[in-house]
Write a protein that binds this ligand. Structure first.
Ligand SMILES: Cc1ncc(COP(=O)(O)O)c(C=O)c1O
Length: 404
């Protein structure tokens, strides 16, 4: 979302025009066209997409839902709130996606669904996942929040399983402030979800205004020049003083608590104002994807010959969009400091490794690859607003670091 879009949206909200944007059905139609599917349904968040899908599936209480642990912890909360059990499986350290071998050995008679997260915008090996799950009647859901327009063998991520969903929250490739989109090949399932969503209350001006103000602050604070001089140093200092405050600023459920009930503040209808923002975003996304992929290619070409083991290796047949470009730096803060001295801000993922969180300790199993990834993966900036020269400069800085 551009700053102009955000300021325009705030102005409309202040004039009481929340319901006077573009029809939500039009946004849903354009999303479906973008993803090459028949139908898309808009919701309030990605987590509520999962909630409504799992609810509509009506799985037996205590059923296991398999997923990789690097995700927002509220995905686990949703699973638990519906009386289901999360079962974590590790990632493949080369792709960062679910390891099909680990998946195969985790499947039991209690496994009723799998939630595949296409982490960092890299496709998961869905051909393997589907061929393991489909014959056993296991429902396949996809969280494609990082992977708009990523594809495997020409098929968009989010469209392989029984249903897929995408987040429209801030900083995603397609954003409407907050929101989610659900797609699926089972017409009856989507009808049921859509019916439940119709019963929800309408979004309130104050909810959306709160979101838009937060997004506007994020948009200004993450502007390259401001981010480097002000935001990044401020976050670093604050993080040293109080990591909780930083988490509060960055997420909606910062305490990483186990929820006892589904928050009412997560359940409302997608609004026409968000629809208008989303339609503008759809017009930009193809161009942004091309730029992001081109930037990732520069990094892969320049760093591949010297440090292949530090780079991502997507599954064969993938078209990755690299929403975030992962680079392995076990050197940790030494790498971050070196890059910072070169004027480049690199960060680790904000996503937790949910199997290690104390609030979910009863589901803890060691996931060495995922646990290592959250510690040693740093994101190299590759966003579309950067120039090719800046990306070359960054690859050169990484090369200098590697050459000692
Ligand atoms: C994998 C993944 N899923 C979902 C979300 C966000 O979902 P929501 O729209 O519920 O905030 C995020 C947020 O960064 C994410 O990383």
């Amino acid at each position: 979302m551009t700053k102009q879009d955000l300021l325009g949206a705030m102005f409309k909200l202040l004039c009481g025009k929340l319901q006077a944007g573009k029809p939500v059905a039009l946004f849903e139609k354009e999303c479906a066209a973008m993803l090459g599917v028949e139908r898309a349904v808009a919701a309030s968040y990605a987590r509520t997409c999962l909630y409504h899908l799992l609810k509509a599936l009506n799985l037996p209480q205590g059923s296991e839902v398999i997923l990789t642990p690097i995700t927002i912890h509220d995905m686990i909360n949703v699973i638990l709130l519906l009386g289901l059990r999360p079962r974590f499986v590790d990632i493949d350290p080369k792709t960062y996606q679910i390891d099909p071998e680990a998946l195969e050995s985790a499947i039991t008679s209690r496994t009723k669904a799998i939630l595949v997260t296409h982490l960092f915008g890299i496709p998961s090996p869905m051909d393997r996942v589907v061929s393991l799950c489909e014959p056993k009647g296991i429902i396949v859901l996809e969280d494609a929040s990082h992977a708009y327009n990523a594809a495997l063998n020409g098929k968009p991520m989010g469209t392989f399983g029984d249903a897929g969903f995408f987040s429209l929250s801030s900083l995603k490739a397609l954003s409407t402030g907050y929101g989610g989109i659900i797609v699926g090949r089972k017409r009856a399932l989507l009808d049921q979800v859509s019916h439940s969503l119709e019963k929800l209350r309408k979004a309130r001006t104050r909810d959306l205004l709160d979101i838009m103000v937060k997004n506007t602050i994020v948009a200004f604070a993450t502007q390259r020049a401001i981010f480097s001089c002000l935001t990044f140093p401020a976050i670093r200092t604050l993080d040293k003083m109080s990591p909780t405050i930083v988490r509060k600023l960055q997420t909606d459920n910062p305490e990483l608590v186990r929820l006892q009930e589904f928050p009412d503040t997560w359940l409302w209808q997608f609004s026409p104002l968000q629809s208008e923002l989303g339609l503008k975003g759809i017009q930009r996304i193809k161009h942004d994807d091309i730029k992001r992929r081109a930037h990732a290619q520069i990094l892969l070409d320049k760093l591949g010959p010297i440090a292949p083991e530090r780079l991502p290796h997507p599954p064969p047949g993938s078209l990755s969009v690299y929403w975030r470009f992962p680079f392995r730096a076990p050197e940790g803060s030494q790498f971050a400091r070196f890059m910072s001295d070169c004027g480049i801000d690199v960060t680790t993922t904000l996503l937790p490794c949910c199997n290690t969180l104390p609030v979910f300790k009863e589901f803890h199993e060691p996931m060495p690859h995922a646990e290592r990834a959250v510690k040693e993966v740093y994101f190299l900036p590759a966003e579309p607003s950067l120039t090719d020269d800046q990306i070359h400069g960054m690859a050169d800085a990484v090369t200098r670091f590697l050459n000692g």
